[in-house]
Design a protein around this ligand. Structure first.
Ligand SMILES: [Zn+2]
Length: 460
């Protein structure tokens, strides 16, 4: 819907490109690498800079919130009675830059070549972090109001576990109270294909420990009589998942709702892009459950993966040891309906069943995260889709994510708000990799995009 206000807002964005871009570059120059403690001072500078941008945008109650780790930055504007409250999340921290030799230019000095801009964080997530604030600024500077109530909530530890934002969110639900959550940390499935993500898989990460004899034994003296924990783990692993990709953990599949025909149909619209990505990276056909397409396996089905075996002799040459102890790292990606803690119990039972004689196994829970699922057909979901469809003049596709975004789940649970992931970068931008880049046009598009979203959400 084009209103006089919206015309004025978009005109404001166009005429203030330069200062918007300056803010983007200034934030890009701050190396807020959250994984490395020696960069903490820079991370704090980045938080301060974000705080200044929030104030500059016209947000109220702006504050840098100290935590046990790196600060959160918050600001709000709550003067739209009767309109929904939208929480916009982004992160100001970035990934480390190594291998630094593979960067063609200084990762913390934005380098421009044609329409491309290179630097750490240009796409993940400073593109969104800056453009959200400038979209808000355009409204507040043009006529002093926003079409919805807004809370802006940024963290600086997304790339290193996000512990502070989790803790703060759980401890301050009333302060963050919102109807709709937008995680401005997503991307497009393909160039110029507007995309809204409404679900992510959860995760259960475990270690299975197998013990045989009380000490390592010689395979000459004891081979044929002693239990071998590495062998036991191999047997357990093959008992957990078969060659068709089916996971043999009783009770696991009963927890999930089947994928509806309507949803399958929607997914097909983005399947072509996802399939290309699978083929490019695998350099082969995807393998997995035969009754499901690659995208259905990635978005709508759980998976069980093995990440590493530890035990016995791992050096060059030979050593004829029967190890006393062996361990294996096993994780499951879980889909909506599956609670990682319940799945952990099912996995424990199954491992016990599969454990051969002479060996004792135990399971350690290393990490657990719930899946999240919002309704893409809800009024908020439809509002965001409309905003993005208008922006690109092309139908917005809806996607789920195969990965896990713990803060999405937490915000959805704690605030009981419809939660969506939105962003404008591309898989090919090289987030987390050397020579991360995006197009400058994408950056401006993102500013207009978030302005569209705020406006559309005022009609829901
Ligand atoms: Zn990110």
């Amino acid at each position: 819907m084009k209103t006089t206000q919206s015309t004025a807002i978009h005109a404001y964005i166009d005429t203030h490109k330069e200062e918007t871009f300056e803010d983007y570059c200034a934030l890009l120059r701050i190396p807020g690498i959250s994984a490395l403690r020696r960069y903490d001072e820079h991370s704090r500078r980045a938080a301060q800079f974000v705080y200044q941008m929030m104030r500059g945008a016209g947000l109220e109650h702006c504050e840098v919130i100290e935590t046990d780790g790196l600060p959160l930055v918050y600001g709000d504007w709550l003067h739209a009675p009767g309109k929904p409250t939208v929480l916009l999340y982004a992160h100001y921290d970035v990934q480390p830059v190594d291998p630094v030799d593979e960067w063609a230019h200084d990762p913390f000095e934005p380098y421009i070549e044609g329409d491309l801009i290179y630097g750490r964080g240009v796409t993940d997530d400073k593109l969104q972090a800056v453009s959200v604030l400038h979209a808000i600024k355009a409204f507040l500077q043009t006529d002093g109001t926003l079409p919805v109530n807004v809370r802006v909530y940024y963290e600086g530890e997304e790339e290193s576990g996000g512990r502070s934002v989790e803790k703060y969110t759980r401890e301050h639900p009333e302060k963050l109270q919102s109807d709709i959550v937008i995680l401005a940390d997503g991307g497009l499935v393909a160039p110029n294909v507007p995309t809204m993500c409404y679900s992510c898989r959860g995760i259960l990460y475990t270690e299975i420990i197998a013990k045989g004899a009380p000490q390592d034994l010689h395979s000459g003296g004891f081979g044929g009589n002693a239990p071998n924990p590495l062998f036991a783990l191999a047997e357990i692993i093959t008992g957990l998942k078969d060659t068709n990709g089916f996971i043999h953990i009783p009770g696991l599949y009963e927890m999930i709702a089947p994928i509806s025909d309507e949803e399958r149909l929607q997914w097909q619209k983005s399947a072509v892009y996802a399939d290309t990505t699978f083929h490019n990276l695998l350099q082969a056909d995807p393998i997995g459950e035969p009754d499901y397409t690659p995208i259905e396996r990635a978005w709508g089905r759980p998976t069980l993966e093995v990440h590493g075996f530890i035990g016995g002799f791992q050096d060059e040459g030979s050593k004829t040891v029967i190890p006393a102890l062996a361990r294996v790292k096993v994780s499951l990606r879980l889909v909506p309906g599956q609670d990682p803690y319940q799945v952990f119990e099912l996995l424990q039972n199954r491992v016990r069943q599969l454990t051969p004689a002479g060996v004792q196994t135990s399971l350690q829970l290393i990490d657990a995260g719930m899946p999240f699922l919002s309704d893409p057909e809800s009024s908020a979901g439809l509002g965001i889709r409309r905003a993005l469809t208008n922006l690109f003049a092309s139908e917005c596709v809806i996607t789920r994510g195969g990965g896990s975004i713990p803060i999405a789940t937490t915000l959805q649970q704690v605030l009981r708000a419809e939660t969506f992931v939105v962003g404008f970068g591309l898989e090919s931008d090289g987030a987390h990799a050397p020579n991360e880049h995006t197009s400058i046009a994408t950056f401006y598009k993102s500013v207009h995009g978030f302005a569209n979203i705020l406006e559309e959400l005022s009609y829901v």
